[in-house]
Design a protein around this ligand. Structure first.
Ligand SMILES: Nc1nc2c(c(=O)[nH]1)N[C@H]1C(S)=C(S)[C@@H](COP(=O)(O)O)O[C@H]1N2
Ligand SMILES: [Mo]
Length: 222
């Protein structure tokens, strides 16, 4: 049932470097923390700008061409076009970003459709236990249904009151603030509900299956 014939772009220097960091266990402090007591997770530093990370390409998608397909273990596959997506109830969340390359950025204001609303709208089948996100650059990333359904996770179209730029995943990206930011797929085209876990782009290149910054789950087997 998994759509994975898509081939990601050829690896850039950055992609190769990040794969080596996973092999070396770079940046690991060996500490863990609780979000209740420390806002900055172990091994992270605060930035004020907003770095851009991608696979070396930034898809440019016109709003009239944009579509989001919700499929897999759902009773009725659904396609939202831009108007259909914007007609969904809108949520507004403020959250911190924690990238596994060690930068964190506080207080990002997002507008979009919450994953909880999406789940209510499509009602995945009882055996749907995981979600695989597919992007226009053929990036993929996996989440448990529970992590996808976090209270402040959303499919965002605005950041700080402005349409999300193409560099940061516009028209629409996922934001799952309680996990490292590679789980927050940019330029999403498909949300696939699956019954068995299926690792995504970074998860098959040495990165952790879950990626909890507070437990410093940077790499596989941490
Ligand atoms: N489609 C897609 N989504 C992606 C990525 C990517 O390369 N392609 N990179 C991930 C990584 S590693 C990070 S840190 C964040 C970066 O998001 P930003 O460029 O908006 O900071 O996007 C994540 N989502
Ligand atoms: Mo990242």
């Amino acid at each position: 049932m998994i759509d994975s014939d898509e081939k990601p772009p050829n690896p850039t220097k950055l992609t190769q470097t990040k794969q080596r960091w996973a092999e070396e266990g770079r940046f690991l402090t060996g500490r863990s923390a609780r979000p209740q007591t420390e806002r900055l997770p172990p091994g992270q530093h605060l930035v004020k700008d907003w770095p851009v990370l991608d696979l070396g390409m930034q898809p440019q998608i016109e709003l009239e061409d944009w579509k989001l397909k919700i499929m897999g273990a759902v009773p009725h596959p659904t396609i939202w076009d831009w108007a259909g997506f914007n007609a969904q109830p809108q949520s507004h969340f403020v959250s911190d970003i924690h990238c596994v390359t060690t930068w964190s950025r506080y207080d990002n204001r997002w507008d979009g459709v919450s994953t909880r609303h999406l789940l209510e709208a499509v009602r995945p089948l009882p055996d749907a236990k995981f979600v695989l996100l597919h992007s226009q650059d053929n990036y993929t990333t996996n989440l448990t249904l529970e992590d996808f359904a976090t209270q402040d996770a959303l499919i965002a179209h605005h950041w700080e009151g402005k349409l999300l730029s193409a560099a940061h995943g516009g028209p629409v990206r996922l934001v799952v603030p309680h996990l490292y930011f590679w789980k927050s797929a940019k330029w999403i085209s498909k949300i696939e509900f699956i019954t068995d876990n299926h690792p995504g782009f970074w998860e098959v290149r040495g990165y952790h299956d879950r990626g909890d910054p507070w437990k410093e789950q940077r790499y596989t087997n941490d």
